[in-house]
Ligand binder design. Sequence first.
Ligand code: TXE
Length: 481
Amino acid sequence: MLVLLNYLNGRLAPPLAGRYLDNIDPATGRVYGQIPDSGPEDIAAAVAAAEAALPAWAARPAEERGRLLEKIADLIDQNLEALALAECRDNGKPLALARSMDIPRAASNFRFFGTAAPHFATEAHVQPGLALNYTVRHPVGVVGCISPWNLPLYLFTWKIAPALAVGCCVVAKPSEVTPATAFLLSALCIEAGLPPGVLNIVHGTGPGCGQALVEHPAVKAISFTGGTATGRHLAATAAPLFKKLSLELGGKNPNIVFADCDLAAAVATSIRSSFANQGQICLCGSRLFIERPIYEAFKVEFLRQLKDQTIGDPLLPETKQGALVSEAHLHKVLAYIELAHKEGGTLLAGGHRATVPGRCAEGFFLEPTVFENLPPDCRTNQEEIFGPVVTLTPFDTEAEALAMANATDYGLSATVWTRDLARAHRLAPALHCGVVWVNTWLHRDLRTPFGGMKNSGVGREGGLEALRFFTEAQNICISLI
Ligand code: TXE
């Protein structure tokens, strides 16, 4: 039985109250480990350690902070297999995906912000003969990073790395559903020589310890990725305390396919954008709008390629679709499938729990599911399902596609498939979302601003946006007279 520990002031430590939660392998349905069920007392200890470490870490030259982050990146690379296996077991995702996407991206996050640290320059505003203004960007202080279960190490490090790069000290809480890689990261940080208290990792539930982190008066900023309802609750807690907040929340992303597109590319990538990571990526396109002249052709090819979406043991190389993250989440997604039937949808594929024989017989698997004939304003087309469930809807005009794409409370990302350059440029800025992909999906350049509009979030991560978020800007004005 794998028993995880918190990472507190440079050491691995059990939770102060000695309570633990079960960690379940979603591919087998069996408990395989114990997770600290930390409480406010663990958060208080972690924040105290971070406060003590802050002056020295903030004063350290950016090059040195950067070198340490790069060392952690190297250690992640060296431990790729162990980390990928832990991610696969914790989350149910195919091992091949963890190996090719999650873990390499975690290393990239540290490397990207490690190399960015010394290049993070500041501005000067000169008023010739009058005054010289220059901006000093101080690390905001001790910050809280709270991350979800879908891309565990990928999103955890995406928050921690920029905070550390600018000189903040961090108390981080990974999802209690997928804590294993954050635990392994603790050991790598110790091996890299990260000074005690600079990064502290506290395991536990949202209400049990995440809430205490958000409420703690010494925590000056919160970076959160997770569900929109949780984000709303966090904002209500943190806003009266005047904390800086970055919220990356849910999505209900449109995937708009025009008749002039490269159909083969559009279908192949749409399979990925619909079902990658079992549809549990906030950027997955769950509402597919297809121009009527190619609606049937797209549908036939999409359903044909869906058959290659092998569901199976996440450890096997041929598996394209693993288990959903938990039994509770599986039942939530199944409830949405029932709702889609009630709302009058026509089931084109999937719709049922899948059985995988052998060691995975009790796992939380679900067939990739496709519906059509659902109105754009029904709940199935409005609420974030966060599973392998998509809807197909035909459209006749660009204006109609745009209106349907924008008609949700979410605004994270959109994908457009067209060969018409003028249309792409016309449509992309009219889409109410933070990220638009044209003829591609999930293409990421870590320098670009990342985040959502409307109920998909507040603020942007990535590149300079993230570095600025974790700093407090101060203007200094020197008279030249
Ligand atoms: O997320 P939560 P859950 C969506 C998706 C999913 C739903 C719920 O629709 O079905 O959210 O998933 C911590 N104070 N996304 O329940 O609860 C929690 O412990 C402080 C979208 O897992 O939002 C975890 O570490 N922290 C998404 C983190 O918040 C709290 C990814 C996220 O948990 C807290 C995942 C509190 N009061 C789910 N309550 C995306 N956009 O990528 C919870 N937490």
